[in-house]
Design a binder for this molecule. Structure first.
Ligand code: CDP
Ligand code: CDP
Length: 224
């Protein structure tokens, strides 16, 4: 039987993590796990229930009774929050602009990391986020850290919005991304940082396929 490994992909917002993670997972017939979607789901629930995103205790209390499932479907991964499909609802700018506040609480992270570690236990996973290589799967066989200039990342999100027919302001997007990166990088609990043994790929001028190929090359080195 072919050996199954864990692939950790971290990096700042819009570096291309989820796009390439899906391609890599597909190619290897692995499961893709979007940990950002899990933080977004609990943020959505907090906002819907008027829970203050700065109140760690209240957030932990709602987490205790919250189920978050990532299910594979023909249209891609769906996110179920207490069995309600919130795949689209977790992408609103309200959720995006609040998620980093929710994700900075140590006890919220503890709960999420435990859930994510359970999902990764069986290997055969590609997991993307901010702390996968450092905290969630520190013994992942392949660790990748994707970066790209903030201008390029804002442009990517802008194009994505326009293609979806959403209103979009490039300068505003750049500011929001910079702010989120700052909170994610400066928080005390498992901040966004490259794991010492991660391979860094600057995707600024690379195509999606180039990035996926570079990751698959790292995987082949382990599986050969
Ligand atoms: O896709 P995008 O880069 O916009 O973000 P995401 O992966 O959906 O993650 C949303 C937010 O969740 C991040 O900005 C972090 O605040 C938080 N997050 C985290 O703290 N740790 C993770 N492993 C994944 C996401
Ligand atoms: O998951 P993360 O927030 O890191 O980024 P993403 O959602 O995978 O990628 C953001 C956007 O950049 C998507 O629309 C991708 O198609 C695009 N992208 C790109 O243009 N070139 C790359 N090398 C990677 C992603």
């Amino acid at each position: 039987m072919t050996k199954k490994i864990a692939i950790a992909i971290d990096g700042p917002a819009a570096a291309g993590k989820s796009t390439v993670a899906k391609i890599v997972a597909n190619k290897l017939s692995y499961i893709y796990i979007d940990t950002g979607a899990m933080y977004r789901a609990i943020t959505l629930k907090a906002l819907e229930n008027s829970v203050d995103v700065n109140n760690e205790q209240e957030l932990v209390e709602i987490l205790e009774t919250t189920s978050i499932k990532l299910v594979q479907s023909e249209e891609g991964q769906r996110v179920l929050l207490d069995d309600r499909d919130v795949t689209l609802d977790i992408r609103t700018s309200e959720v995006t602009n609040n998620v980093s506040y929710v994700a900075q609480h140590p006890k919220v992270r503890e709960d999420m990391v435990a859930r994510q570690q359970q999902l990764a236990e069986a290997r055969g996973v590609v997991m993307d986020g901010r702390d996968i290589g450092t905290k969630v799967i520190p013994d992942a066989e392949v660790k990748i850290f994707l970066i790209a200039s903030v201008e390029e990342r804002a442009k990517r999100r802008h194009v994505e919005n326009i293609n979806k027919g959403f209103p979009s302001d490039l300068e505003q997007l750049k500011k929001e991304i910079e702010k989120r990166d700052l909170i994610d990088s400066e928080r005390e609990a498992s901040p966004l940082v490259k794991a010492e043994d991660a391979v860094e790929i600057d995707t600024t001028s690379l195509s999606i396929q180039d990035v996926a190929d570079q990751i698959l090359h790292q995987v082949q080195k382990i599986l050969k």
